[in-house]
Write a protein that binds this ligand. Structure first.
Ligand code: TYD
Length: 410
């Protein structure tokens, strides 16, 4: 599909954007000062397809620009996420792997955090992960990782080399993929007749309810809800059979899918579809209201940071998340408003944030001289961070949150 033509990537309907963030860099493109001159920018705009109930980006950034041997996101950087994936694996092992010699495939397996948990249960496992550096990390944990983008062709190669899968898993990955028809065809090819696909992604209902506009960035091509997932998959004779909300990434949904008519459909599916109608996720007006809240949020955050600067307060960012790239660039927040961003990922430290070029520093720098205020860019990990950073609060430090609204936390 030509990125210049505003058409739905599922049904090819003409689309109008409901929000435009302007020129944006690659969200995870942390860079050195010698790279500033060549930094890549694109138009970050999202549109809603009423027919498919699917918000999506209009311009697609080439996958190789985002997912490569320098990909700086490691799932294991959050202890809560490691625990979350441990519980996910245990549930899959209990409910779905009764077959003899079971085979699990994960699409977008990152550093192997989810698949490592299947090590002890006699399960054959395979990760598919295009970012070579994180795939290497998975292999060091003993998780076999195919360094490829998942396509229908790759699904065929996996079937040829390993057989069909009992379970296909994906977490925070399907929203990254640009061709959902090819993805569905690959799943149909790879999955056993009675196999199950289980995937989770940030949930559109939570993004809208919380005006969490920072979930919109280059990697997130699609924003899923049960209605959108069901409509996409029914075109491919696949059926949504269960849904379960997950308290991660600011509110996620786990979707279970089988071939049509094979699995009973749990009551949770109808209940969520009804709730989505009630909350208007299928209506374009919902996304116009969302834009209004996002504009208000920008004004409030910029006003707060300017006021703190006038009062000579030291403000830093906490967590150089991909989400923060949208906030910083959309709000025009430069290093005179935020001194640096503290982050635990070695690959980001010593670099600068995409677009606004705020320095990223190790956590030790945050701890050794607490600022007056810290903007919580990793707000989706708030519970874990608040627990760890009680010293910051005791020293009089204050958190700034911007989801669901801009607020100094007391
Ligand atoms: P995350 O919010 O999971 O994702 P995304 O990049 O998709 O928006 O990113 C977490 C980032 O925050 C990652 O770079 C690690 C960093 N981080 C910290 O610096 N300290 C912490 O305590 C946690 C949980 C994360």
């Amino acid at each position: 599909m030509c990125p210049g033509v505003n058409r739905c990537r599922i049904c090819a309907s003409q689309l109008e954007p409901f929000i435009s963030f302007g020129r944006m860099p690659v969200a995870n493109g942390f860079l050195g000062s010698e790279e500033f001159a060549d930094e890549f920018f694109f138009d970050l705009r999202a549109a809603f397809c009423e027919r498919c109930a699917l918000p999506q980006l209009l311009e697609a950034v080439a996958p190789e620009r985002m997912f490569n041997e320098r990909y700086p996101f490691f799932t294991s950087s959050s202890t809560r996420m490691v625990a979350h994936f441990g519980a996910f694996a245990a549930q899959v092992a209990r409910d779905c792997l009764a077959a003899r010699d079971p085979f699990v495939v994960e699409i977008g397996s990152n550093d192997g955090t989810l698949l490592q948990h299947f090590a002890t249960s006699g399960v054959r496992r395979l990760g598919v992960e295009p970012s070579a550096n994180v795939a290497l990390c998975a292999e060091e944990k003993g998780v076999p990782s195919l360094r490829r983008f998942f396509t229908e062709g790759v699904a065929g190669e996996i079937v040829r080399d390993h057989g069909e899968a009992d379970v296909i898993l994906a977490a925070n990955c399907f929203c990254h993929l640009h061709d959902l028809h090819d993805l569905a065809a690959g799943i149909r090819r790879l999955l056993k007749p009675r196999g199950l696909l289980v995937f989770e992604d940030p949930y559109l209902g939570d993004i809208v309810a919380n005006a969490a506009y920072d979930q919109i960035y280059d990697e997130h091509m699609f924003y899923f809800c049960a209605t959108g997932v069901a409509r996409w998959l029914e075109r491919h004779e696949l059926e949504l059979v269960d849904v379960a909300p997950q308290p991660v990434h600011g509110g996620s949904m786990r979707y279970s899918i089988g071939r049509r008519g094979v699995w009973p459909v749990a009551p949770s599916v109808q209940a969520l579809l009804r709730e989505e109608v009630r909350s208007g996720l299928h209506r374009p007006q919902t996304y116009d209201r969302f834009r209004g809240r996002v504009e208000e949020s920008r004004e409030a955050l910029v006003a707060l940071l300017r006021a703190l600067k006038r009062d000579a307060r030291r403000v830093v960012g906490y967590g150089a998340t991909s989400k923060s790239t949208t906030v910083l660039n959309y709000c025009g927040i430069t290093p005179d408003l935020i001194e640096f961003i503290s982050d635990t990922t070695p690959l980001k430290q010593g670099k600068f944030s995409p677009g606004m070029h705020i320095p990223v520093r190790p956590h030790a720098q945050f701890e050794s001289r607490y600022p007056d205020h810290a903007v919580l860019f990793a707000w989706n990990h708030a519970a874990e961070i608040m627990e760890r950073e009680s010293g910051f609060r005791r020293a009089g430090g204050k958190w700034i949150a911007y989801v669901p609204e801009v607020k100094v936390l007391d």
